[in-house]
Design a protein around this ligand. Structure first.
Ligand SMILES: Cc1ncc(COP(=O)(O)O)c(C=O)c1O
Length: 409
């Protein structure tokens, strides 16, 4: 490996919710929300291992800090125009990683965050209180941003078919018709199940959306984090109709751990939709690019960045294999469907809880006590589920599973 994925990076006091919140820095709340765990409940001697919020515990590719530092050394930070290199970097990235053709600068629009981008798009696609189709389990951020803006989520549950999470096309169509739905939010790869959709699955979903005139917002924030050599298929690439009815949203933030820098972007080929979404996105006057995050994207979407992501994906694949093998061998009553992308596990603890007369809340609390800061899966619509982030050096993952085996399960 050229890059470092083994050193344990000390993030304490370096502006990280992932480690500062479990250490008690900032009290029991962040951004006005109650923390999902009590920092005071942790046993002394068990330092927190952050396996909850979706960011990574690896130093990012060095070309990113280099690009930021070089720009920051020029002491003027006034109003500016996005550089052509920004657009060129995005176009090259999608060509080389995902085989995208025909993407040009005019198709790309800035959004502060992917969730904000979903809201911009839904403002165009929906009237007040309109229904929006999503799959469940569901990323909690979707639930918040859609409900906070007054739209009505209609869930179509994914089904486990021979150990693979699949869409239930019949159920999707039934709900689209029954509720007269014209907007869907699609997650590819899917958080929290880690499904990387196959082409035929995307085609089949798009056929239904086309048949009932449903416009699709495709959140592809996880599209660079693919396990075991898998490839991402952009939803817009499966047909000309998909290209025209899909608003796709991407970001370098999951890929390179840049959430604290802010910055994502949408790709819209349909000129009518593009102009309307751009207008909705601009209406708050808050949705504007930060000059340093522009340089961060340029630094990441580079040949070094590509090599770094390839190495990262191989590290994540190994971590996922290790964790799933460990669960299968040691945690009777806990089941996990192996993710194909992302760095998340979604543990189903139903049987374990029933056999031990415990609730998932008991289990979560037992983990927090031993410093395993994992995440409640219930807000993701997993009845007895726990979401675990595996983007840590392998030694940290092993330490966490060792604690879980000894003290929790
Ligand atoms: C599927 C998905 N979409 C969006 C986000 C958040 O993106 P942003 O911070 O750019 O709004 C996340 C973060 O975990 C995510 O998992």
């Amino acid at each position: 490996m050229k890059y470092d994925f083994t050193s344990i990076m000390d993030r304490h006091g370096h502006d990280s919710i992932a480690v500062d919140a479990p250490s008690g820095a900032g009290g029991k709340a962040f951004f006005g929300m109650e923390l999902p765990f009590d920092p005071a409940s942790r046993e002394k001697g068990f330092e927190p291992i952050p396996m909850w919020i979706a960011d990574m515990n690896f130093p990012t590719v060095p070309t990113i800090p280099q690009a930021i530092i070089e720009r920051a050394q020029h002491p003027a930070y006034g109003y500016y125009l996005p550089r052509q290199e920004y657009f060129d970097a995005i176009i090259r990235w999608h060509e080389q990683r995902n085989g995208v053709t025909g993407l040009t600068r005019e198709h790309i629009g800035y959004e502060n965050g992917v969730l904000g981008g979903i809201v911009s798009a839904l403002k165009v696609l929906c009237g007040n209180g309109d229904p929006v189709l999503l799959h469940s389990p569901t990323y909690i951020g979707f639930t918040h941003c859609i409900e906070d803006n007054g739209w009505d989520i209609v869930l179509s549950p994914l089904k486990l078919v021979d150990g693979v999470w699949r869409m239930d096309y019949e159920d999707m169509e039934k709900k689209i018709v029954a509720r007269n739905i014209h907007a869907a939010v699609f997650c590819s790869p899917h958080n929290p199940t880690g499904r990387v959709w196959e082409r035929w699955e995307l085609e089949k979903a798009m056929e239904i959306y086309k048949k009932h005139d449903v416009y699709v917002i495709s959140d592809e924030i996880w599209s660079d984090l693919l396990l075991d050599g898998r490839r991402h298929i952009p939803l817009q690439s499966v047909s000309e109709d998909a290209r025209q009815r899909t608003i796709a949203i991407y970001a370098p933030s999951k890929t390179f751990n840049l959430a604290g820098l802010i910055g994502s972007y949408r790709i819209i080929y349909n000129a009518y939709l593009r102009d309307r979404v751009a207008r909705a996105a601009a209406s708050t006057h808050y949705n504007a690019m930060n000059v340093l995050s522009m340089y961060a994207l340029i630094g990441g979407y580079s040949s070094e960045g590509m090599q770094w992501v390839d190495e990262l994906c191989s590290v994540l694949s190994d971590n996922v294999r290790y964790a799933c093998d460990f669960i299968d061998a040691h945690f009777a009553g806990v089941s996990v469907v192996r993710p194909q992308g992302t760095y998340m596990l979604f543990l189903d603890c139903t049987q374990w809880c029933a056999e031990h007369g415990k609730t998932v809340a008991d289990l979560l609390a037992a983990g927090y006590k031993m410093g395993v800061i994992w995440q409640d899966g219930r807000p993701f619509h997993g009845a007895n589920h726990i979401r675990m982030n595996l983007a840590l050096p392998r030694s940290r993952v092993e330490e966490a599973f060792d604690r879980l085996e000894k003290y929790v399960f």
